[in-house]
Design a protein around this ligand. Structure first.
Ligand code: PCA
Length: 206
């Protein structure tokens, strides 16, 4: 069997948990389609987030990579289509870096499209009654940075390994009682959604 690498992120922005970390931890060791799920958690710190992702790719030698991050405020799973060569942080990262108007990779291309079939993944999620859509912006914070950095690394070093990025909403415990109110999705639904994305990836690769 071949490995698929699934990564989450540590909590950031004052949250106690990151649902991306919780979800990928629950999927560690699962066998889905023809794939074995291997996982890791990335720091919400500029540059280090990409370095850790590349380390995990070199360690596990996966046939596909899905990076997952929290997008608080979104109401559904966002299967990201585009990573842009921009860092413009809305809040400081977990080591206090507040980056404005910088490229992820100096002289890198303006953007990368996901090399997994994001449209098929989003459609499969909706067919299975999981709220989802293709998104055309992963923001300009660490998630976009990882999406861009991993895409750049893979296209240059492992061109046969496709990747995508999935943003997920807050989970119920981050929303219950929050003022102002926040949209949320259950962790179970998010995990089911990620399983479907992995199934689709397995089909795409076979
Ligand atoms: N979400 C952030 C970074 C880490 C995470 O889980 C983002 O959307 O950039």
């Amino acid at each position: 069997m071949a490995n698929i690498l699934l990564t989450g992120f540590e909590p950031f922005g004052g949250e106690k948990v990151n649902p991306a970390q919780l979800a990928v931890n629950r999927l560690q060791g699962e066998h889905i389609g023809n794939l074995d799920v291997v996982t890791g958690v990335l720091p919400v710190v500029t540059v280090k987030c990409i370095e850790e992702a590349v380390k995990l790719i070199e360690k596990y030698d996966p046939v596909a990579v899905i990076n997952v991050g929290q997008a608080g405020g979104r109401v559904e799973l966002s299967v990201e289509k585009v990573a842009i060569n921009v860092k413009d942080y809305r809040i400081p990262d977990n080591e206090g870096n507040q980056i404005r108007y910088a490229p992820v990779v100096e002289d890198g291309p303006a953007a990368y499209f996901s090399s997994l079939p994001v449209e098929k993944i989003a459609d499969a999620l909706v067919e299975r009654m999981i709220p989802a859509s293709v998104s055309y912006t992963a923001g300009t914070y660490c998630c976009n940075e990882v999406f861009y950095g991993v895409s750049h690394y893979l296209r240059n070093n492992r061109p046969n390994v496709p990747n995508c990025f999935i943003h997920i909403p807050f989970i119920l415990e981050q929303a219950a009682g929050a003022k102002p109110a926040r949209p949320s999705m259950s962790l179970e639904t998010i995990i089911r959604g990620l399983e479907i994305a992995i199934e689709q990836t397995s089909t795409f690769l076979s």
